[in-house]
Design a protein around this ligand. Structure first.
Ligand code: SF4
Ligand code: SF4
Length: 399
């Protein structure tokens, strides 16, 4: 949908306001979805001047898409956000240094692995290299919350497997064990599965959400081409943010005649791992009553891919308790926790309180960014709960 059509769908009813984390913090119209939509409308019609200051509200937005889920009018807010951010970015040349660094790193396994090694060997001293960045402190906190490197189970290759797991960027470097376990779980569930070739690279979600749409398109073409070469039929995502973004390749490449149909086919093929396992009837040893667990939705899995029930069915059992506000953002939001720790911390504090109210000893989530953010929350609040990716939780409880 074109951005003007998306804006025109908004009837200004305000039903989305209470679902919006930034509105709940700041209580201003400008920090609400309705305010952001109105601001872009005014900018596009030249009713207000197109300045970085007038578009700054799009940088404050978490991009969680909770407003889309709450909207009775079906406003595709993601379309509006991407345009708002790309126009803001054009006014902000060069973009903030931390955003530039993060966007560069996710495109290179070499850079990601070097940063990981540097952190493992030098710890906080490694961050001297990042001296001068506003976000040095948030980077240090997040690095300290990363999971320790773990042994990765062997995954025998399967030529032209039907289900191809998109490895991701940070996921492939920090969570390779989770990727490998997902392949083995899918095979146990009766599917032909393997890891997509590493040449697929990063999905480009961060670039799109930071407003760099030309690079996001280039990255989308690379992922599509790698998937086509794999001979697979299904693209499997273990990260809600990546899965939801890959579902939008059809819109991202809609104006490219050479790629439109390929992108359409690719987006239709994207599924999340929980949906596939659930559809196959995969079940694991349910949690015991004394093993209280809860689930935190990934915003993009829930609001972008519309997946809520499948992960909950996989976790069901006497020990499962639903958390109030499980569908609201944890404050991770791509690199938001790096570039806007002021807002992200407030959102995370609320989330930690919600988790603690459930009395759960483990919170399960389906996105590596959420896992890292919740690990940070657990660490800084005294560690009363553990955090697991859904795939790891299922693996540890195979029947
Ligand atoms: S985005 Fe949807 S819910 Fe929010 S004001 Fe517009 S029409 Fe209403
Ligand atoms: S995406 Fe999230 S933070 Fe942004 S306007 Fe919508 S609800 Fe608010």
């Amino acid at each position: 949908m074109k951005v003007q059509d998306a804006i025109d769908t908004c009837i200004q009813c305000g039903f989305c306001l209470q679902s919006c984390p930034t509105y709940r913090i700041f209580r201003t119209e400008e920090s609400s979805p309705r305010g952001r939509i109105a601001r872009l409308k005014d900018v596009l019609s030249s009713a207000v001047e197109e300045t970085a200051e007038n578009l700054a509200t799009f940088e404050e937005c978490l991009g969680c898409r909770a407003c889309e889920a709450a909207c009775p009018s079906g406003v595709p807010y993601e379309t509006i956000l991407l345009v708002g951010r790309s126009r803001l970015r054009a006014l902000q040349e060069p973009p903030p240094a931390e955003a530039r660094l993060a966007l560069r790193m996710v495109r290179s396994h070499v850079l990601l692995r070097s940063a990981q090694r540097l952190w493992q060997t030098r710890g906080n001293r490694a961050l001297r290299l990042a001296r001068g960045l506003r976000s040095q402190r948030s980077a240090a906190r997040l690095m300290a919350a990363l999971p320790a490197p773990a042994e990765v189970p062997a995954v025998p290759r399967e030529a032209r497997a039907q289900a191809q797991i998109h490895r991701g960027c940070v996921m492939d470097v920090v969570w390779p064990r989770t990727n490998a376990r997902a392949v083995l779980l899918l095979r146990e569930a009766g599917l032909s599965a393997d890891l997509m070739p590493q040449s697929a690279g990063c999905c480009g979600a961060l670039h799109a959400h930071q407003g760099d749409l030309p690079t996001a398109r280039e990255m989308a073409r690379q992922v599509i081409a790698a998937f086509e070469r794999s001979g697979g039929e299904t693209v499997v995502s273990l990260a809600g943010g990546c899965g939801a973004h890959m579902k939008t390749y059809r819109e991202l490449l809609a104006d490219d005649p050479d790629w439109r149909e390929r992108a359409e086919r690719f987006s239709r093929a994207v599924e999340d791992v929980a949906t596939l396992l659930d559809r196959q009837g995969y079940r694991t040893r349910p949690p015991a009553t004394d093993e209280r667990i809860t689930y935190q939705d990934s915003c993009h899995l829930r609001n972008g891919m519309k997946v809520q029930a499948a992960p909950r069915r996989l976790l069901a059992g006497d020990g499962y308790c639903e958390m109030e506000g499980a569908g609201t953002c944890c404050g991770s939001a791509g690199i938001y926790n790096l570039v806007r720790p002021d807002v992200s911390d407030v959102v995370l504090e609320g989330k930690v309180r919600e988790i603690e109210r459930t009395g759960a000893g483990t919170v399960v989530t389906a996105n590596p960014g959420c896992e890292l953010q919740l690990r940070l929350g657990a660490k800084e609040s005294g560690g009363r709960f553990e955090v697991r990716h859904l795939v790891d939780w299922l693996w540890e409880r195979r029947a």
